[in-house]
Design a protein. Structure first.
Lengths: 297, 397
């Protein structure tokens, strides 16, 4: 009898293993490989008032852009990533919490292959001499989804232009006296954020919208939504906050969060940092972290 | 049959008119003519702010607005500030765009004008209101207050939520006195641009309900007094530009139950709570034992995370009151809720009425020939009448 039960039990286990394998294979069979290149380029950030500030970014082509690319994947996708260092100094590269740190000498390159099994939002950055190189602009986001809803992406950050100048000259700054003057989403400030289709949230009443936020700056930001509450779907810092429905969302340095918004009415409403110093740009209101969500019927 | 139809028709009209009754709140936006607001250390500073009465001096925070879930509200703003336009943004209420109080997306109220915001009081919880014209400046100048939505049962946090015995509302903020000078607050209002050059922000004063230091020991400002096993609901809101870290004594068994007007999916039991600008939280406190201590509030810079100031708010939990003591000290008031006159019995002497933020609104005395208080000027909401030995809650309709 015991032998019969053992046999039946092992058949059950086999079926279970087969089921689980098929379940994961069903995901994996739809998974694709994304070939992506990133070029480390030193250039300038043009601020909202036209100032040029020394800056470095990862770019998806050898042509400089002041905004780091947002790498978009579906869960179980593979990322084949080449990182080219066009700068005249060594940089490091890491996908925070996913890969280990790799050093890239000047004019050299590295290859990294990663399968993303967990949905969420990740930061890739240069962790060398932290926070110097991350602060100077070398930090972007990787988004891993398991849905096809409309999605928007914010890489939020602040800048002290004098510090950027000092840092690229090799001088030391006092990190515990940080006093930023410019506040950006995807490297631009109000009124230019609404012109960035990745950042400007648009949709229709009843849509399910996702907002992926990464804070690659040094300050804590407190993003406030007018018009709608949103639900926290993911937080790299506070997993226990998932499921909270709020209108104001703390985003800590090097934190990523994912929000879901289902608009119940039409309208155009602001979303902005409620540290109201951060809605200014070089002390000018409202040239900072301020954008609007636009919902049509 | 016809008579019956007429009766039902009339009844329907009456019910419909009652259901659509609008609660109107008047609010004034004003600006000090000079540095006349006295801070805790005796320094005078200049404010822009909201008041519920025309002649009342500006204070921070502005009057607490209290509504009941489902109320249809008209919030009538009369701008008497002599200069800038103002709005009221109903922070967290998710009202429609027209009533959201953002000037370039709806409208603003110019000097000497009166306009109304309309909304239906949504989810019970703790909210804010503030001016959204040049918001970095007008909020710092003092144009903010707390907005509370109560459920139908005012002693519950929300319908079917937690019950509580008393409540306190703490609003945190800061002042940089450089921003409160005439040249900044009273700069000519340029109607052609929303852009405005403002100073660096380095606050010197850190507040709970617009007060600090020794002032926080006053139970009418912030200090908490309760009996053992009483449940205290603490409403927290941060309108400042710094982060706050609240540290609760372990005896209070702090339970974080909601944020931004929504219950938390999982209640958090914690002795520390961080509140960032614009956030609100509701916390339940209950001590089983008699004790005295303080709740500390750190104010930290969001760029450096350095703590720039700490305020201490006393908490005194006394032993549970006996039935005999409770009866002897009881102040009898009626009617409650009240529309115009509040009658007091068993009480000759001085009294003080304050709102849920602890701000005193009426002060006076009662004698055998005058046993009532005129409360018609009070906005709708919850108030407390305090005598020498007792504090009693009442609701103004």
């Amino acid at each position: 009898m015991a032998c019969l039960w053992k046999l039946r039990n092992s058949q059950l286990v086999n079926k279970l293993i087969l089921g689980i394998t098929l379940f994961f294979l069903s995901f994996y069979s739809t998974a694709t490989t994304l070939n992506q290149s990133l070029y480390i380029i030193a250039d300038s950030l043009v601020t909202v008032d036209g100032a040029k500030v020394p800056y470095l970014t990862f770019n998806d082509s050898p042509t400089y852009s002041q905004s780091n690319p947002i790498i978009n994947l579906m869960q179980w996708d593979t990322l084949d990533l080449w990182v080219y260092n066009t700068d005249n100094t060594t940089h490091d590269f890491v996908i925070k919490g996913v890969s280990s740190v790799v050093s890239i000498p000047a004019t050299d390159s590295i290859f990294l292959q990663t399968v993303f099994t967990t949905k969420g939002s990740y930061i890739y950055h240069d962790p060398s001499d932290f926070p110097k190189n991350t602060y100077l602009g070398l930090a972007g986001m990787i988004v891993v989804k398991n849905h096809n809803h409309a999605s928007f992406y914010w890489n939020i950050k602040e800048h002290n232009s004098d510090w950027n100048t000092q840092l690229v000259l090799g001088n030391i700054v006092s990190w515990n006296q940080y006093d930023p003057k410019y506040f950006t989403i995807n490297s631009v400030s109000n009124p230019n954020i609404n012109a960035n289709p990745l950042a400007r949230i648009t949709g229709q009443v009843g849509d399910t919208l996702y907002l992926y936020i990464t804070n690659t700056g040094l300050s804590i930001h407190s993003m406030h939504f007018h018009g709608y509450h949103a639900t926290i779907k993911y937080s790299s810092k506070n997993g226990a906050h998932v499921g909270r429905e709020k209108d104001t969302f703390p985003v800590y340095p090097m934190e990523t969060i994912v929000l879901q918004i289902v608009p119940d009415k039409e309208g155009e409403f602001p979303i902005h940092d409620h540290n109201l110093v951060a809605v200014m740009g070089n002390n000018i209101y409202p040239n900072g972290m301020f954008t609007t969500i636009l919902i049509t019927p | 049959m016809r008579k019956l139809l007429i009766i039902f028709g009339v009844l329907g009209m009456v019910i419909s008119s009652v259901a659509q009754q609008i609660t109107t709140t008047n609010i004034f936006s004003k600006m000090d003519m000079g540095p006349q607001h006295v801070l805790w250390d005796g320094t005078n500073t200049m404010l822009m702010g909201f008041t519920s009465l025309m002649m009342t001096p500006i204070d921070i925070p502005g009057p607490t607005l209290v509504y009941t879930e489902g109320d249809s509200v008209e919030l009538k703003l009369r701008n008497m500030s002599q200069s800038a336009s103002h709005t009221i943004h109903l922070h967290g209420l998710d009202v429609d765009q027209w009533n959201d109080g953002v000037p370039h997306l709806s409208w603003e109220v110019g000097h000497n004008d009166t306009e109304s915001y309309y909304f239906k009081a949504p989810h019970p919880g703790t909210y804010l209101y503030h001016c959204h014209v040049t918001s970095s400046l007008h909020v710092q100048a003092g144009m903010y207050g707390m907005l509370i939505i109560k459920p139908q049962n005012a002693n519950e946090t929300w319908d079917g939520g937690f019950t509580f015995d008393k409540e306190y509302a703490w609003m945190t903020s800061e002042i940089d006195t450089i921003w409160h000078t005439d040249s900044i607050i009273n700069a000519p209002h340029d109607t052609t641009t929303i852009m405005r050059l403002l100073p660096d922000y380095n606050p010197q004063y850190f507040f709970v309900n617009g007060r600090a230091e020794y002032q926080l020991s006053d139970t009418n400002v912030a200090a908490i007094t309760s009996k053992a096993n009483e449940i205290v609901l603490l409403r927290l809101a941060n309108i400042g530009y710094f982060g706050n870290r609240f540290i609760f004594p372990a005896q209070l068994n702090a339970k974080i139950i909601s944020s931004d007007g929504r219950p938390l999916p999982n209640i958090e039991i914690a002795d520390t709570l961080v509140l960032l600008p614009g956030e609100r939280y509701q916390v339940l406190l209950k001590s089983a034992v008699e004790f005295s201590d303080s709740i500390s509030v750190d104010y930290f810079n969001l760029n450096t995370q350095n703590i720039e100031n700490t305020q201490m708010i006393p908490v005194n939990v006394s032993a549970s009151v006996s039935v005999v003591e409770a009866f002897a000290s009881e102040l009898s008031i009626y009617p409650n809720p009240v529309n115009d006159k509040l009658f007091l019995s068993n009480f000759p002497g001085e009294f003080l009425i304050h709102d849920v933020t602890g701000k005193s609104v009426i002060q006076g005395s009662i004698s055998s020939t005058n046993s009532s208080v005129d409360v018609r000027e009070l906005s709708k909401g919850i108030y407390f009448i305090k005598t020498d030995n007792t504090t009693t809650k009442f609701i103004k309709n």
